[in-house]
Design a protein around this ligand. Structure first.
Ligand code: NAP
Length: 257
């Protein structure tokens, strides 16, 4: 249905687990050459081996997106491996909970450092390669939490996810003349290892608040990202795509009918 992305070079930060691993799997299944990034070397190599065993070209590069130097090294490794870089998925993220009353400056810095500054650093590092590509794509994994909704204990997380959208809109203008698009996907509650850690009670409460009656799958997020990376999405930039089973629509539980 869409023009093939076979042979394109893709970098997925936070690609070793959860949504990012799903993004990597989806791009690899379409024949792209994928590099996944995370801090945990063992988990990363295991994930890359698993994805490669499914037939894709997937390898791991250790990196920490909260460091500009590390992002530059990861991009350099990708260029050495695949000769270019066409698509960057800024997906690495953390979501520790901390009440505003108790949050330390270090906790705030950590969340902003990974989720928000990490997005800046990854895009900055990839910029020359994306310009050379001629059809560069950046896909940011934001969230409904922050840009649309709030959640007690996640003010730092929500600020980081809303901040990613502010970054994206100005970046879209700066990158447009280089033929690079940048868009954000905004997942609702998606079943990942990270979300499962929040416990069965959290998951059940969430399901009850979602009009489609279930949490989303990693594959449902990946297919949206894949679309934004296609040739057919070349005229879409600076935009957001909410993928939440309708979670942000009802005014109240009563409104669900
Ligand atoms: P996850 O399962 O915990 O995976 C997070 C990934 O990010 C891992 O690969 C992790 O690897 C990597 N990572 C974390 N900090 C990093 C750093 N400093 N540098 C490089 N990699 C780092 O989380 P997830 O649920 O898939 O979430 C992925 C993204 O989706 C996040 O941006 C999150 O905010 C967003 N999101 C998730 C949901 C959801 O329902 N799951 C909803 C909305 C938005 P290492 O730990 O080895 O570094």
């Amino acid at each position: 249905m869409f023009t093939s992305i076979r042979g394109l070079s893709v970098l997925v930060t936070g690609g070793t687990k959860g949504i990012g691993k799903g993004l990597a799997a989806a791009f690899a299944a379409e024949g792209a050459n994928v590099v996944i990034v995370g801090r945990d070397r063992e988990a990363g190599e295991r994930a890359a081996a698993e994805l490669a065993s499914e037939g894709g070209v997937v390898s791991f590069e250790p990196g920490d997106v909260s460091s500009a130097e590390s992002c530059a090294e990861v991009v350099a490794a990708t260029l050495a491996r695949h000769g270019g870089l066409d698509i960057v998925c800024c997906n690495a993220g953390i979501f520790p909970s901390a009440s505003l009353a108790e949050m330390t400056p270090e906790q705030l810095e950590e969340v902003l450092g990974v989720n928000l500054k990490g997005t800046f650093f990854a895009v900055q590092a990839a910029l020359p390669a994306l310009r050379s590509s001629g059809r560069g794509r950046v896909i940011v994994t934001s969230s409904i939490t922050g840009p649309i909704t709030g959640f007690s204990g996640w003010s730092h997380y929500g600020a980081s996810k809303a901040g990613q959208l502010g970054f994206m809109r100005s970046a879209a203008l700066e990158l447009a003349r280089s033929g690079i698009t940048i868009n954000a996907i905004m997942p609702g509650n998606i079943i990942t290892e990270g979300l499962a850690d929040l416990g069965p009670e959290y998951l059940a409460t969430m399901e009850a608040a979602i009009p489609l009656g279930r949490l989303g799958s990693i594959e449902e997020i990946a297919s949206a990202a894949l679309f934004l990376a296609t040739e057919e999405a070349a005229y879409i930039t600076g935009q957001t795509l909410v993928i939440d089973g309708g979670q942000t629509i009802p005014e109240s539980l009563e409104a669900m009918g």
